[in-house]
Design a protein around this ligand. Structure first.
Ligand code: GAP
Length: 461
């Protein structure tokens, strides 16, 4: 966890927060097309909570699935895990999260009573009204709840603040039930909760969020080698999925900024419209976690190396990505506005205006392809388009549209990032081929119906 240089944002009405033009457009597109809605909206909303709609859940699932493939399927020494969100409170004592280590410094404005993180402020006055601020006090970020019917201290539990603790407490189980040898990793995707003082900037900082974490268990002394290795591997992942190099950078943690568990840390930052900010943290956690869990649980969490006959507490290099933050970064990165050339494309309004499209890497796009019959009132075209749609749906997320003209349908699919649209036209009835139109270039080619599935698979690698 690194303090990021955020513009100070208090927990105040959403509209005020999104002064940035591009963020306004993105938030509005997300709502209109079903990517992300404000949470609990019919009750006036719960501030800084967001719900993923039909397209948002596909996009975020694709991000998670690409991470999972990258971290587990493509690597024979990393396995998966799905641990419970509620864990014994002793876990959080041992990890240091219940003590000062996991607290932010909170200040409150004496006049308007808005609260801020001290490290997010540029000066000593309230950024909202200029009022004087209270003395700083430590504010623990753990979310507390009660387990069972009695709400007393004995029933206190915490919603996990980082998913990796579920990995540490299962490290021995994984070792005993697999044939893994050090170095090896355990990967997990799941929800985490933090009682953030100043959530904001859409899904960037929320109190409930999802993490994709991988903990890599190594022999002591190999820390630098593996830290550098994972740093480079993780950067490649974003680049391979279409984020431009100039929008990504590393930010090394200074000693005074290190999280309480880390000996070294680096963030991967993305250039958001609201500034450079962290999307992933890579930490050398040394033996902090396993040593502390060993001490607090009384269990031997050491590792015995059969070859060297050495016994040691493994050290850990972790890679920790926010699924929501990285999804937001992929969304922002993909947003494009393009002036429409006269006559080339008819917009729904009939006016010449800009084309908005999301140029997601095809693997990330919610829909991979959309199927259109050229005319909705020609049963032969509709029937064949329906069949192609049904067949492709067995393998891919496919949209179907027969409303309005083809231009409007392209516009609508571009706006949600569908990389390919196919049109069943009169020629299809003669040559068994369809016109495939590519989203970014608007280029068209004919593809045989029987080859569509393989053709599409070749675009999704
Ligand atoms: N286990 C290490 C850990 O949790 P972190 O830097 O505190 O490290 C890792 O968090 C990642 O989790 C961050 O890079 C970010 O992407 C995501 N994250 C953390 N707090 C978040 C929040 N309040 N809202 C959304 N994502 C968050």
């Amino acid at each position: 966890m690194q303090n990021d240089n955020f513009p100070p944002v208090a927990d105040q009405p959403r509209a005020e927060k999104f002064k940035n033009d591009l963020m306004d457009k993105i938030v509005s597109l997300c709502k209109r097309r079903g990517f992300i809605y404000p949470g609990s909206e019919i009750y006036g909303g719960l501030s800084n909570s967001w719900d993923y709609g039909p397209l948002g859940v596909e996009l975020k699932n694709n991000v998670k699935s690409e991470w999972w493939k990258e971290m587990t399927r493509r690597r024979e020494n990393i396995v998966g895990l799905d641990a419970a969100i509620l864990m014994s409170p002793k876990v959080w004592q041992a990890s240091g999260h219940l003590t000062a280590g996991f607290a932010d410094l909170l200040v409150e404005c004496k006049k308007c009573h808005h609260r801020f993180r001290k490290d997010h402020l540029q000066n000593e006055k309230c950024p909202d009204c200029g009022g004087d601020l209270t003395e700083e006090k430590k504010f623990n970020l753990m979310m507390k709840t009660f387990v069972g019917p009695v709400e007393d201290e004995a029933a206190v539990a915490y919603l996990r603040a980082e998913t990796c603790q579920g990995i540490y407490v299962n490290y021995k189980n994984v070792l005993d039930s697999t044939r893994l040898k050090i170095p090896f990793g355990i990967a997990q995707i799941g929800k985490a909760f933090r009682n953030e003082i100043t959530p904001g900037n859409f899904t960037y900082r929320t109190r409930e969020f999802e993490q994709m974490e991988m903990q890599f268990f190594i022999a002591p002394g190999e820390n630098k080698k593996w830290f550098d290795f994972w740093k480079e591997e993780r950067m490649k992942w974003y680049l391979n999925l279409g984020i431009k190099k100039e929008n990504l950078r590393f930010k090394e943690h200074k000693k005074e900024d290190l999280a309480h568990y880390a000996r070294a840390g680096v963030d991967i930052e993305y250039k958001f419209p609201f500034g450079w900010n962290e999307i992933e943290g890579i930490h050398d956690r040394g033996d902090w976690d396993l040593s502390n869990h060993g001490k607090h649980s009384g269990k031997d969490l050491s590792y015995f190396n059969e070859e060297t006959k050495e016994k040691f507490i493994p050290h850990i290099i972790e890679t920790s990505v926010g699924a929501d933050r990285s999804t937001l970064a992929f969304f922002i990165e993909s947003y494009r506005e393009e002036a429409v050339l006269a006559g080339r494309q008819v917009m729904p309004t009939g006016r010449q205006e800009k084309r908005v499209y999301l140029n997601f890497a095809p693997v990330l796009a919610p829909y991979k392809i959309a199927v259109f019959p050229l005319l909705a009132n020609k049963p032969t075209l509709v029937e064949l388009a329906g069949k192609i749609y049904g067949d492709l749906r067995e393998e891919f997320m496919v949209a179907y549209d027969d409303r309005g003209n083809i231009g409007k349908r392209y516009y609508s699919q571009d706006e949600i990032g569908t990389p390919f649209c196919i049109t069943v036209d009169f020629q299809t009835l003669e040559d068994d081929a369809v016109t495939v139109r590519e989203r970014d270039t608007a280029k068209q080619e004919r593809v045989k119906i029987g080859e569509l599935s393989d053709w599409l698979k070749s675009k999704l690698v």
